[in-house]
Design a protein around this ligand. Structure first.
Ligand SMILES: *[C@@H]1O[C@H](CO)[C@@H](O)[C@H](O)[C@H]1NC(C)=O
Ligand SMILES: *[C@@H]1O[C@H](CO)[C@@H](O)[C@H](O)[C@H]1NC(C)=O
Ligand SMILES: *[C@@H]1O[C@H](CO)[C@@H](O)[C@H](O)[C@H]1NC(C)=O
Ligand SMILES: *[C@@H]1O[C@H](CO)[C@@H](O)[C@H](O)[C@H]1NC(C)=O
Ligand SMILES: *[C@@H]1O[C@H](CO)[C@@H](O)[C@H](O)[C@H]1NC(C)=O
Length: 904
């Protein structure tokens, strides 16, 4: 179930990567900072220093866009730039739509900046329509395509041959991301065939990057101020270096603790662009008396220009706007001053810095307790944003100590390395928080009203009770146990206390806890008094809240049967209702919340424990008792509002994306075949058009051959222009084959003519060498017979066998070279260089065999066949038969050759 996958994804992926580690000691982690405007990514591989991933144009930041131009899918700036021509097929700023309802602030804002057509998806989120062919895509699918694109880049980092699969991903998300938005990130990852290692809040990631190269003498607080395209946010972080008990350089641990966040999703960088674009649209209307706002292409061009001008105004007081043929064939030109732009944004000034004061307030800190305000994000360079921040915190606190574009992705990568057992990093402990109140609601135990006794059906009342289980500011990676005094099955709902934004529902999930009655009976039988239901609530490291398990629990007292009875019959309602308040709470976790609900007889109480380090072991003192005091209950969890995609839905989307990838790959192959054929046709045409007599192609071909080829060539060229667009891959291959079978013989002739001289030279060289050798060896043989002469190395038989081979070769060569000489260049060759080479090689082998001999053979003049009498020297004697087999080999080659020997 999707819900459980999310909640425990971290644990899961860690177990899996541990397994991988032992298998192959490899496996990389991909870190992605998926921003509203730009994607930054980094891949960490064991033993490789990590850096920001480059795209194919060597850009370090990649536009978060996907677009279609006809059938071609584009990414990055190629996709983004297409908006001016195909505004409805170019999809950018999709992060605004991620995990939010079709009617929400995010979707509404998207509509004001993009002409892309949206439709409501069944699950209440937004679908995006590729208008050129009316295809619906879910936002998750389009973001998954971008993740796939990044995955591809990450896998081919360091060249295509060092390709290594990437699966585990850390994604940096804004701290304000709700559970629905977090789910949408994970959905997109899974559709892309990736797996969540963890989500990390982007401000926290920046803090990690900041701490990477620093140690802290004493505890310090800093503000990370992130001015993003989609919103402004501030994170209060404390840094502290402590000893962890290890020796040497490993002995220091850096604690990074988030203690407050603040944010404003309505005052991001895109809002600035929007204001500027609207200024231009209004100005255009005034100047040209035409409304440009209805013209999607014109508005897209103005948007792009506004982006450009906004950047110029960050460094200049004035900028020239110039868009050719913006709309109605009008070239639009104007000037914008920074002052007028800032005036149009004056209401935002206060919003820019408000997140800082909110975060400070949440953290319970004063500004003067903060060392610095670390600026991050593309818009932290915008003068009006900086001015607003400076006026709130003072000039002296502003710090540009991190890379404003890359600190988050580098910090996320470091985080990935720190939670994975494969990598050794600085010892860092990160503690983050959730910014929203999370509560559990449930109906009180039904009570029969006394006044209803005489009525037909007894009246019951039930009230809805709420318990704040994870108040805003709660640490992630914690568990809490909530105790319910219930006797029957019941339902609890987990929700945000307040809706986290316009249009966003606050309900997270509903859980039915069943089997209570049976479990209680069993417990009572075992002697438990006043059994209760305990539910374990989890707030995962990645910020997902959920219910992990529910059990029935009753303390089993040794004593009396009467006590047991009492418990069974509920006689002790007022007593022993507060055993839960004595549940030991883990020192390192947040303080137990003794909710007001404890006062209710049917209420619930809460205790907490940290799950991050202490694992899921049950609270100590309680479970040390007899085993039967705890019975698991059935827990049925149903996600509410915008449920995460089910595995089946993920698979459907994944298949869809794979189909697109497959079609693109097939198209690429077809395109390559087509281009290959086309290039071949043009080359052939050039060869045929060359009328000069020196053209080797012409020399080596007959008129007939050229005509046949020409005819086929023009047929194929015609076919290309008629059918080329629709033809299949195989057709291109076919056509090329047909032409090649006509051109082949001509090419072959040409190559043979080229290769002939050197083949002949080689054959002649070997003949010459053999002749030399024979002369010398014969001389030695003669010398042997003179008195006192040294024994020769070769026998007369061997030498005549070699001479025979030589003569045969000479005759063959002369004869066929002579025959070839009488033929024209455009006739098929009668002698092939391959055969020449083979024959020369055979003779050479025979020659070398004899030449290499450096001792005289022992000769038994006439009894060579008497094997029995010459046992010890048999091996040397063998040389004669060997060389004779050699000559047969040559003869065999000769007889297998096409050239007949009967003319001898
Ligand atoms: C629209 O185009 C996309 C991309 O080329 C393709 O995957 C999809 O199947 C097309 N849809 C229709 C209905 O043709
Ligand atoms: C897209 O899907 C929605 C519902 O999911 C449907 O109402 C709409 O007609 C679809 N649009 C297109 C162009 O297929
Ligand atoms: C709850 O327990 C505390 C101490 O553990 C005790 O003082 C108090 O009286 C108890 N309350 C009830 C209602 O039993
Ligand atoms: C044959 O080879 C020799 C030596 O390698 C060279 O000098 C000569 O030019 C060559 N002749 C031909 C026809 O290739
Ligand atoms: C001929 O004899 C001399 C002297 O023993 C020797 O160096 C040379 O290699 C011999 N040559 C042949 C072809 O056997």
């Amino acid at each position: 179930m999707a819900y459980y996958r999310r909640l425990f994804s971290l644990l899961l992926s860690l177990t899996i990567s541990l397994f991988w580690f032992s298998q192959s000691a490899s496996g990389s982690i991909l870190a992605i900072d998926y921003g509203t405007e730009f994607i930054k990514a980094s891949v960490i591989k064991p033993g490789v220093s990590f850096d920001v991933l480059l795209n194919r144009d060597s850009k370090r930041k990649i536009q978060s866009s996907v677009a279609w131009k006809g059938e071609d899918r584009l990414f990055g700036s190629d996709a983004f730039n297409l908006a001016a021509r195909f505004p409805k097929d170019s999809f950018a700023y999709l992060k605004l739509l991620q995990g939010v309802p079709y009617e929400s602030d995010g979707a509404d804002f998207f509509r004001t900046i993009s002409p892309v057509q949206l439709s409501r998806a069944e699950r209440g989120t937004t679908n995006v329509i590729q208008s050129s062919n009316s295809t619906n895509w879910s936002v998750e699918e389009l973001i998954a395509m971008q993740f796939s694109y990044i995955k591809e880049l990450a896998e081919t980092v360091g060249g295509a041959d060092s390709r290594e699969a990437v699966r585990d991903v850390i994604v940096a998300v804004p701290s304000y991301y709700t559970q629905f938005e977090r789910d949408a990130v994970v959905d997109a990852l899974e559709i892309a065939g990736l797996r969540l290692a963890a989500l990390v809040n982007d401000g926290t990631a920046v803090a990690l990057n900041f701490a990477m190269s620093r140690t802290f003498e004493s505890k310090e607080w800093h503000v990370v101020y992130d001015a993003g395209a989609g919103g402004m946010r501030a994170t209060i972080v404390s840094f502290e270096t402590v000893q962890n008990g290890k020796k040497g350089r490993d002995g220091a641990q850096t604690l990074i603790t988030v203690s407050g966040v603040g944010f404003d999703r309505s005052a991001g960088g895109l809002e600035l662009t929007r204001r500027l674009r609207d200024m231009l649209a209004l100005d255009f209307e005034v100047k040209h008396n035409k409304k440009i706002t209805g013209d999607a292409r014109g508005m897209a061009k103005l948007w792009k220009e506004a982006e450009r001008v906004k950047a110029i105004l960050s460094a200049n007081n004035e900028a020239t706007v110039s868009v050719e043929s913006v709309a109605f064939d009008i070239d639009y030109r104007t000037k914008v001053t920074r002052a007028s732009f800032e005036a149009a944004c004056s209401d935002l000034q206060a919003k820019f810095s408000k997140p800082i004061s909110d975060a400070l307030e949440n953290a319970g800190l004063k500004l003067d307790e903060v060392e610095s305000v670390i600026l991050f994000g593309g818009h932290s360079r915008t003068p009006m944003v900086q001015a607003s921040v400076k006026s709130t915190v003072g000039d002296s606190k502003i710090a540009t100590s991190v890379n404003a574009d890359e600190a988050a992705v580098l910090g996320a990568a470091l985080y990935g390395a720190s939670i994975s057992p494969q990598f050794r990093t600085k010892d860092i402990k990160v503690t983050d928080i959730v910014p929203y109140d999370i509560q559990i609601s449930y109906l009180s135990q039904p009570k029969t009203l006394d006044s209803a006794e005489d009525a037909q059906t007894p009246l019951t009342t039930q009230r809805t009770l709420h318990t704040l289980v994870f108040p805003a500011g709660s640490k992630v990676g914690t568990k809490k146990t909530m105790t319910f005094k219930r006797k029957d099955d019941f339902v609890v709902k987990m929700s945000y206390k307040n809706p986290p934004g316009y249009g966003i529902s606050s309900d997270l999930l509903e859980a039915e806890i069943s089997g209570v009655k049976e479990a209680f009976e069993e417990l009572s039988e075992a002697g438990a008094v006043d059994p209760v239901v305990k539910a374990t609530l989890v707030l995962s490291e990645s910020g997902f809240a959920g219910i992990q398990e529910a059990v029935a629990y009753g303390e089993i007292k040794k004593e009396s049967f009467t006590d047991k009875l009492k418990g069974l019959f509920g006689g002790s309602k007022e007593e022993a209702k507060n055993e839960t308040s004595s549940v030991p709470s883990d020192g390192s976790s947040s303080t137990p919340v003794t909710s007001s609900a404890t006062q209710e007889a049917e209420g619930a109480s809460l205790s907490s424990s940290s799950s991050s380090s202490e694992s899921s072991a049950s609270p100590s003192s309680e479970t040390k008792k007899e085993p039967k005091d705890t019975i698991p209950l059935k827990l049925t969890v149903k996600p509410l509002s915008i449920p995460a995609l089910t595995p089946a839905e993920i698979r459907r989307s994944r298949d869809r994306l794979i189909a697109v990838d497959t079609a693109e790959a097939a198209k690429r192959r077809r395109e390559e075949a087509r281009n290959g054929l086309e290039a071949y046709l043009y080359r052939l045409r050039d060869l045929l058009d060359d009328e000069s007599d020196t053209s080797p192609f012409k020399k080596c071909s007959t008129e007939e051959e050229r005509n046949a080829l020409k005819e086929k060539l023009y047929d194929t060229l015609h076919w290309m222009s008629e059918e080329g667009d629709h033809a299949q891959l195989i057709d291109f291959w076919d056509k090329k084959d047909q032409l090649e079978s006509l051109e082949g013989p001509i090419q072959f002739r040409y190559k043979e003519i080229e290769a002939f001289p050197s083949a002949l030279n080689e054959s002649q060289r070997i003949n010459f060498m053999t002749n030399l050798f024979l002369t010398e060896a014969r001389k030695n043989l003669t010398m042997e017979l003179t008195p006192g002469g040294l024994p020769a190395y070769h026998t007369a038989g061997e030498l005549s066998a070699l001479e025979k081979s030589l003569r045969e070769h000479e005759i063959w060569l002369n004869e066929w070279v002579e025959k070839q000489r009488g033929r024209k260049e455009n006739e098929d060759r009668v002698i092939l260089t391959t055969e020449m080479k083979a024959r020369a090689k055979a003779l050479e082998k025979e020659l070398l065999k004899l030449m290499r001999r450096k001792t005289p053979p022992k000769k038994k003049t006439s009894s060579a066949k008497a094997g029995s009498s010459s046992t010890t020297i048999a091996s040397t004697e063998n040389s004669t038969p060997v060389s004779s087999t050699k000559s047969t080999t040559v003869e065999n080659t000769a007889s297998s050759s096409p050239a007949p020997h009967d003319e001898l």
